[in-house]
Write a protein that binds this ligand. Structure first.
Ligand SMILES: Nc1ncnc2c1ncn2[C@@H]1O[C@H](COP(=O)(O)OP(=O)(O)OP(=O)(O)O)[C@@H](O)[C@H]1O
Ligand SMILES: [Mg+2]
Length: 268
């Protein structure tokens, strides 16, 4: 797509994904440059979460390629993709029943660092655990979860689970972080803290792809937006160009009607 400095950190080409006869993603091409903050927009059901799931290995792709830092990752397992530096959060995070908040965050560190860390013994294992605990403590503080750190993670509110999802994703110091509706259900005060945290991470060099419906958030945070409509990318433009982009208007206002009808309906 346009606006991307070369070489891209993430390049998706001809990606397709169907569930049975439901062709959810079709011929998706996109490129994300290092250091970008890209908003991924589109109506409900347009395929945003599925696109994140296929890029991060949580759903197998049917066709196409996903390249990250020049390497093909399109058919790697999710844990291998995480190990390469691509982390993600979930739209509806689910948490284990019997682990506390800090334990979940610490477990995320070993998920990121992979199999070899599980072989550490003795002093090396204790050092790794202490490092994970220190990092989890710092991140839980940053995302205002210190007061619930010893509660079962499953007992958190929906918004708090979103925050813990971000903490877990950050435990592995990813280069590319993909967030699925990070502020949905989060209190406005906390939403501003998330905005500031994401901007800070980006200043430190992290590339961000953010699925969001909140246009204020998009304008505040994103330098570019990619818009999906029924599994196709229909626009890549600056946030301030969205409202005048014909294909974006059709995607949001057109519903299931023909393009001719949509154009009539959205004409003021
Ligand atoms: N695991 C699955 N099995 C079957 N169908 C699925 C699966 N995951 C997604 N879909 C279908 O794919 C389509 C796109 O869903 P997806 O969750 O990607 O949309 P979305 O753009 O993230 O929507 P929202 O804004 O509501 O979160 C929907 O029709 C959905 O029912
Ligand atoms: Mg979704």
């Amino acid at each position: 797509m346009t606006h991307v400095s070369s070489p891209a950190l993430l390049e998706v080409s001809s990606l397709a994904k169907a569930f049975g006869g439901n062709r959810v993603l079709q011929d998706v091409h996109l490129a994300i440059g290092r250091g970008e903050i890209v908003g991924l927009l589109g109506p409900n059901g347009s395929g945003k979460s599925t696109l994140l799931n296929t890029i991060t290995g949580f759903e197998a792709i049917d066709a196409g390629s996903v390249r990250y830092a020049g390497q093909e990752i399109g058919r790697l397992a999710a844990h291998r993709i995480v190990g390469q530096g691509v982390a993600r959060t979930f739209q509806l995070p689910s948490m284990p029943q019997k682990m506390s908040v800090i334990e979940v965050a610490m477990a995320a560190a070993s998920a990121h660092h992979g199999f070899w860390e599980t072989l550490l013994r003795g002093r090396a294992a204790r050092r790794a655990e202490q490092a994970a605990r220190d990092k989890a403590t710092r991140l839980l503080d940053e995302f205002l979860l210190t007061h619930v750190r010893d509660l079962p993670a499953s007992a958190l509110s929906g918004g708090q689970k979103k925050l813990l999802g971000i903490v877990c994703a950050l435990m592995g110091d990813p280069q590319l972080l993909m967030l699925d509706e990070p502020t949905a259900g989060v209190h406005p005060n906390l939403r501003n803290d998330i905005v500031q945290a994401l901007l800070r991470l980006n200043r430190q060099g992290m590339t961000l792809v953010i699925v969001e419906h909140d246009m204020h958030f998009i304008r505040e945070v994103c330098s570019r937006c990619i818009v999906l409509d029924r599994g196709h990318i229909v626009a890549s433009c600056a946030p301030q160009e969205l409202s005048s982009n014909e294909r974006v208007l059709q995607a949001y206002l057109g519903g299931g009607t023909s393009q001719q009808d949509q154009a009539t309906e959205v004409t003021p």
